[in-house]
Design a protein around this ligand. Sequence first.
Ligand SMILES: CC(C)(COP(=O)(O)OP(=O)(O)OC[C@H]1O[C@@H](n2cnc3c(N)ncnc32)[C@H](O)[C@@H]1OP(=O)(O)O)[C@@H](O)C(=O)NCCC(=O)NCCS
Length: 203
Amino acid sequence: MNAAIDYASNNRRTLLPPRSTERFARPRLLELPRPLGELVHAHDGRELRLRGIEPGDVAALKRQFARLSPEDIRRRFLHSMSELPEPMAQRLCRIDPAVETAFVLMDETVKPAELRCVGRIFVDHNTNSAEFSVLVEPNWTRQGLGALLMQRLVDDCRRRGLSEIWGYVLLENRPMLQLCKELGFKRRPSPDEPGTTQIALQL
Ligand SMILES: CC(C)(COP(=O)(O)OP(=O)(O)OC[C@H]1O[C@@H](n2cnc3c(N)ncnc32)[C@H](O)[C@@H]1OP(=O)(O)O)[C@@H](O)C(=O)NCCC(=O)NCCS
């Protein structure tokens, strides 16, 4: 019996199987829709989209780097850098989800959309822990965004079943030390990295 027969009596319609050339053809690579992420609001009401970082964020990441002060850069990377080298930018945007999570907060009120904040972890399976870093660009600080990103990173570490999230922070970086203290992180000395301390949260 022909499978495409329209059984008018009960309105059922069975679809024909695809032609043999299609049935055994290589599957076409579908363009997956970009994850929409989630809209979040800064304390002052400005809207940003929270989503995972994507390979296409390289240009936005480099533009953000150009807006940072030398102090922000030193606090984030723990040393001075005059520019973000292309291979490093590529690497930071093309993450390995098995061991990395990176969230960005995108400002879509401007064109092109600008990357305002980024928070990431790198997992070390040997120690069942993850090292974090976070960066909020000037003009967007003191808006609750650093705390939001840190909380999402902590949640992600818990989802992964890790026992600790930790990071290096410069001893003079009062904002970050204060933020981490409020989130329950504890300080411990880092003798091999002078001028820095390690902060960690047991999960
Ligand atoms: C540190 C940093 C991430 C904070 O981000 P942020 O978005 O401004 O932080 P939040 O607005 O979420 O602040 C949360 C709390 O942290 C503390 N805090 C943040 N900035 C502070 C500051 N300048 N002085 C004192 N406390 C501060 C406050 O307790 C604050 O709560 P409150 O605003 O209700 O008082 C941001 O300043 C930054 O990116 N600095 C440069 C890079 C860096 O230092 N990264 C950390 C090392 S990886």
